[in-house]
Design a protein around this ligand. Structure first.
Ligand SMILES: C[S@@+](CC[C@H](N)C(=O)[O-])C[C@H]1O[C@@H](n2cnc3c(N)ncnc32)[C@H](O)[C@@H]1O
Length: 300
């Protein structure tokens, strides 16, 4: 099939496909993003050797079409990300949120920290969080004595703390790249030399996340549209994901995040996103230019 033979996408076919995509992953394609959607649909249709969008739709909803559906969703995601994205927000995380969590948990002798990067793309966000928490813990124990004798060589996470960073995405290909943890110079512009030296190995021209950092991050597939999402998190980062959902889906997701957080837990959303008008179950925490949302606890 050459370009001139490309089948036309009728309004009815477009609506069917939009509804299916929305139902499967929550992504909403308004008029501004319709041409992107059309382009990706056409590519997949050609790849499958089909000659009508209705035929492609029938494939997607069939039992044999499950793999193609996953492939289509991968092709529709926007995976833009970077290390240390939104510095003001990360400063708020490290200096206020982490400090609050460490203090409250230490009082209860609960030494576990669980952070979830939901929609982690190629891994820069969860690895940034691992580096910030490792530094934050070290700094915390410069000021507060450790409850256990320190061991040498010093581990990244001092005993008795356990840090678990779960990083999830709907795209298997970005998860594979994230797991490799290998980045080119052009992806490292926001990583200063202190971080490069401590947390990366230089392999040829590439920067590879050190094993000790990788061990803190666990990558997994999770579709945020589903009900069964990782529970008992102290902090959730879900940045630049909700912006592709419509308001109804955003409300459902924020409700799920509320349930996925421990009491007083924190949610971070992207710079262009907000919980305003979506929920009254979170209160905004704002410092300098950084914003987070803390779970509000209902007292009975
Ligand atoms: C723009 S990237 C954001 C990456 C990172 N959070 C950041 O802010 O730099 C959005 C990511 O969300 C993922 N995503 C989109 N819809 C999703 C869904 N329903 N479930 C899980 N991940 C999803 C995409 O695959 C993509 O990797």
């Amino acid at each position: 099939m050459n370009a001139s033979e490309a089948p036309a996408l009728t309004d009815a076919e477009l609506k069917l496909l939009q509804a299916l995509i929305y139902q499967e992953c929550g992504m909403h394609f308004d008029e501004r993003r319709t041409s992107f959607l059309q382009d990706r649909l056409l590519r997949r249709l050609k790849e499958c050797g089909l000659d009508s969008f209705y035929g492609y739709y029938r494939l997607l909803i069939s039992q044999q079409g499950k793999q193609e559906l996953a492939q289509l969703l991968e092709n529709l995601t926007v995976n833009e990300t970077s290390f240390f994205r939104n510095k003001a927000q990360l400063d708020l995380f490290q200096s206020d949120v982490l400090e609050d969590l460490l203090q409250r948990k230490q009082e209860r002798r609960d030494y576990s920290l669980r952070i979830w990067s939901a929609g982690c793309s190629t891994g820069q966000e969860p690895y940034t969080l691992a580096m910030l928490v490792a530094d934050g813990l070290a700094y915390y124990y410069l000021r507060n004595p450790l409850p256990c004798p320190s061991v040498l060589p010093k581990p990244l996470v001092p005993q008795p703390w356990r840090l678990e960073i779960l990083a999830s995405d709907i795209s298997y290909s970005v998860l594979r790249t994230a797991q490799e943890g290998s980045y080119g110079e052009h992806q490292m512009s926001a990583v200063d030399y202190g971080f490069r030296l401590r947390y990366f190995d230089k392999v040829g021209a590439r920067y590879v996340i050190k094993k000790s950092v990788k061990e803190l991050v666990h990558f997994d597939f999770h579709n945020l549209k589903t009900e069964y999402l990782p529970q008992r998190n102290d902090v959730i980062f879900c940045r630049n994901v909700m912006m592709y959902f419509d308001e109804a889906e955003q409300k459902r997701l924020v409700e799920k995040f509320y349930r996925c957080l421990n009491p007083h837990g924190y949610l971070f959303v992207g710079h262009a996103e907000s919980l305003l008008g979506l929920t009254s179950k979170f209160q905004m925490v704002h410092r300098n230019a950084g914003t987070a949302y803390q779970r509000v606890e209902v007292t009975v």
